[in-house]
Design a protein around this ligand. Structure first.
Ligand code: BEZ
Ligand code: FE
Length: 318
């Protein structure tokens, strides 16, 4: 029997995994093992630290419910989600509006609303604003009938999903008109803290970080023949624009609230204009997926075997 050492164990694992039939899985897992082992060697990981890491990941998993995705929050706070978004943008066949975090509070079940609707159930005096913009291709050609899904928090900095499993608030799906314009009423977005009551919040606090996201509104935009766009607008004057705890904000996504924009299709309200440029869909785009999900969809997703095929659900006990 050969003797494995900290110097030889990595190659032994890679040799054994070399039989993986799926080429992409083989590539991803080999790189993951190399970097994981290199990390353990670099910090000289102790058994106590190893078990702390296992306990941490276990707690992260236990926090996940149909309304909360603590693993996405972990990915976001470690900058992994923003990194994968950036890598995704760099594979587009043309450069559209950049991607920003979907975050853990997207909901698939969002009502379709007529243009101009107010998406908030309650609007405090002075907080109402219009939100509009034009969806175009990268050359400025308007895209009619594009779908624009929007979600944000209320003035308390909480998403509907954080307060109720069933009540839908501060979100809606709109369709662009013949000029590619979408328009709605909402409330001014506010900066808020990510959930700090779980293991990820504990990590952020232990790192001396503030946990704040700058004021923003999320967008998921689709049009046939174009690459799906997940992005967000950010208020330029937010103090955390440059140090978003989840690394989603960017200067090219920053906007101002205009008190008297003569071009706003909704009169008598301060307005935010956010135009969106969609890249044409490339051959591999549909299969590439998105960074983020409705938390309920992740729990419903069938277990995958190594070759990406769904596995039969185990029969219920008893
Ligand atoms: C959000 O913007 O909804 C969000 C993104 C990442 C972590 C927490 C919240
Ligand atoms: Fe958000």
């Amino acid at each position: 029997m050969r003797e494995l050492t900290p110097e030889t164990i990595t190659d032994a694992v890679l040799d054994q995994m070399a039989t993986t039939p799926d080429a992409r899985m083989r590539e991803v897992m080999a790189a993951a093992v190399k970097h994981l082992h290199a990390f353990a060697r670099e910090v000289n990981l102790t058994p106590g630290e190893w078990i702390k890491g296992i306990e941490f990941m276990t707690t992260v998993g236990k926090m996940c419910t149909p309304e909360r995705q603590e693993f996405i929050l972990l990915s976001d706070t470690l900058g992994l989600s923003a990194l994968v978004n950036g890598l995704h943008d760099s594979t587009a066949i043309e450069e559209g509006t950049h991607t920003s975090l979907l975050g853990p509070f997207y909901r698939e079940t969002t009502p379709k609303l007529p243009a101009g609707s107010q998406i908030a159930r309650t609007v405090k005096p002075g907080s109402e604003c219009a939100l509009y913009g034009r969806v175009t291709d990268v050359n400025g050609k308007p895209l009619a009938n594009a779908t624009v899904s929007i979600w944000q928090t209320g003035a308390d900095g909480l998403y509907d999903i954080q307060e109720s499993a069933t009540v839908v608030d501060y979100r809606g799906v709109f369709t662009t008109d013949a000029e590619g314009v979408y328009a709605l009423r909402t409330v001014k977005p506010v900066g808020y803290s990510i959930p700090m009551d779980g293991p990820v919040g504990g990590m952020v606090k232990a790192q001396g970080r503030h946990g704040m996201r700058p004021a923003h509104i999320h967008f998921l935009v689709g049009a046939p023949g174009y690459r799906e766009l997940v992005t967000a607008l950010y208020l330029r004057d937010d103090p955390h624009l440059a140090d978003d705890v989840v690394f989603g904000s960017a200067d090219d996504l920053a906007v101002d609230i205009d008190a008297h924009d003569p071009n706003s299709p909704i009169k008598g309200l301060p307005s935010i204009r956010f135009d969106l440029r969609l890249a044409r869909e490339g051959a591999a785009d549909r299969a590439s997926g998105r960074v983020g999900s409705d938390p309920a969809a992740i729990l419903k997703a069938p277990a995958r075997s190594g070759n990406g095929q769904s596995q039969q659900a185990a029969p219920a006990a008893g």
